[in-house]
Design a binder for this molecule. Structure first.
Ligand SMILES: O=C(O)[C@H]1O[C@H](OP(=O)(O)OP(=O)(O)OC[C@H]2O[C@@H](n3ccc(=O)[nH]c3=O)[C@H](O)[C@@H]2O)[C@H](O)[C@@H](O)[C@@H]1O
Length: 454
């Protein structure tokens, strides 16, 4: 029998070759994974750099950027969501702020919470035990530092304001995913009658596009919230009935601002009709008071009188005095809370209407118009300083000659009854103004001693 060939040497050689092959392939894999890791790192760095340059966070946007330019940036939403949303700490803050502390308390999303009416309502709701989450884009229509000061005040009362825009759909959706809001108090808007001639687009962006965006998210939410929102006395436009009743015509707006608020009322009708959203519009009448808006006449008249600057007092084209139904903030807050308390639940779910839902509009005014000249005299008395008055015919800027609210409906439905007259309300405003801006108002005596005229 032939002896089998001696294969021990060939076997050894093969084993050695196998070992070498394995060794090289492991080295190859290690080298290629290193390369892959480095490439990923490089791509990530490039992406971070790209996003930082192109989409700075809203808070970093320069204040000289006109408000409407900052409202359109849908891409900003991703930044606000990246930087704020999603993180466990952020969600915790959102939940904590919006959870009610009283039994059957509301969970309210207040848009425009760093604004004048928004900050007052947020505090009032929180104080009575409701959960409140604020939303505000802190735009620079007027001094944002005042909005920041209101935000500080709110944060002392455990109200958290999410910094974001109404047009940021994913952010709003995220908020509704985290919190089952029972109510929305929608006060975010581009306010001001005359500014609409300078920056018309900002009114479309906030008051129309932003409102629709909010309604889109609210209609899809489960549960759908009840919505109370700020319309305006300006919708009465060239109405000649006196006082203004909710039944009067509102199809003659005198400014684009008024037209966007009127559009809001019609849009509210549509969302109520199709999706069963419960909607209540409140027509505010020239609201004033502490923490107010610097763009409003009573506010900048105070500033200008104290600084010795002249002020323009408008008169109508037929030489009559212009008058407003100035309404004190505390009365308006009561009206807003009354409207929220009596708002019925929305009837839809998952974007589908299940039955008829509530649709309301109310005047929230003071029921006693005061001429602008009288407003100025009251301020002169409170500031112990004469105004340098410059009486001019009202420019054609969207203003209406007078406003006067009939509030019977709001009284009947939720007991709205304004109790603050203009002198009392302005006294409170001036007291706040002086303490907030740290100005020492001269007493009449001091003024006389220094020889200033009356
Ligand atoms: O109630 C409303 O619907 C509106 O009230 C105010 O609008 P307006 O009444 O025009 O308030 P101001 O801008 O403070 O003006 C008050 C009065 O002062 C007059 N005015 C204003 C500015 C000025 O330089 N001189 C002057 O006489 C106006 O004609 C007006 O009669 C708010 O600015 C709007 O946002 C709000 O929607």
């Amino acid at each position: 029998m032939p002896t089998p060939p001696d294969t021990s040497k060939t076997l050894k050689l093969e084993r050695y070759n196998n070992y070498l092959r394995k060794f090289h392939s492991t080295k190859l894999i290690t080298a290629s994974s290193k390369l892959l890791f480095r490439a990923t790192l490089l791509i990530a760095l490039i992406l971070i750099l790209f996003f930082t340059i192109n989409y700075p966070p809203l808070s970093d946007a320069p204040h000289h950027v006109p408000p409407h330019h900052r409202l359109h940036h849908h891409s900003l939403l991703s930044t606000s969501l990246f930087s704020a949303g999603g993180s466990a700490a952020w969600e915790k803050q959102v939940r904590l702020s919006s959870t009610p502390r009283r039994t059957n308390g509301f969970s309210v999303l207040v848009t425009g919470a760093a604004g004048f009416v928004g900050s007052h309502c947020s505090l009032a709701l929180k104080k009575r035990g409701d959960g409140v989450l604020g939303l505000d884009n802190f735009n620079n229509y007027y001094d944002p530092s005042l909005k920041r000061a209101r935000q500080n005040l709110l944060s002392k009362h455990q109200v958290f304001i999410v910094e974001g825009d109404l047009n940021d759909g994913p952010l709003l959706t995220k908020l509704f995913d985290v919190v089952p809001f029972t109510h929305v108090l929608h006060l975010a808007a581009q306010a001001g009658v005359r500014y609409a001639m300078q920056n018309p687009q900002s009114y479309i962006s906030s008051n129309i596009a932003g409102f629709v965006n909010l309604l889109e998210v609210a209609k899809a939410a489960n549960p759908q919230p009840s919505i109370v929102w700020a319309s305006s006395s300006s919708v009465y436009g060239l109405n000649t009935e006196n006082p203004f009743s909710e039944r009067d015509r509102t199809d003659q707006p005198a400014s684009l601002y008024a037209a966007t608020k009127k559009a809001g009322e019609e849009i509210a009708h549509t969302y109520n009709h199709i999706y069963g959203l419960s909607l209540t519009g409140l027509r505010f009448f020239t609201v004033y008071g502490p923490w107010g808006r610097p763009d409003m006449a009573y506010f900048f008249f105070t500033k200008d009188i104290l600084q010795g600057k002249s002020i323009d007092i408008y008169k109508t084209h037929d030489q009559k005095e212009v008058a407003r139904d100035f309404t004190y903030i505390d009365d308006v807050v009561k009206g807003c809370l009354g409207a929220l308390n009596t708002a019925e639940k929305s009837t839809g779910s998952g974007g589908k209407k299940k039955g008829a839902a509530q649709l309301r509009v109310y005047n929230l005014g003071n029921t006693s118009p005061v001429p602008v000249g009288r407003l100025v005299s009251i301020l002169e008395g409170l500031l112990s300083k004469k105004a340098k008055k410059h009486v001019i015919t009202m420019p054609r800027n969207g203003d209406v000659p007078f406003t006067h609210a009939n509030v019977t409906l709001a009284f009947k439905d939720f007991g709205y009854k304004p109790t603050t007259d203009l002198s009392t309300g302005l006294r409170k405003f001036v007291k706040w103004y002086i303490s907030f801006y740290g100005i020492q108002s001269k007493t009449r005596k001091e003024s006389q001693a220094t020889g200033e005229s009356g």
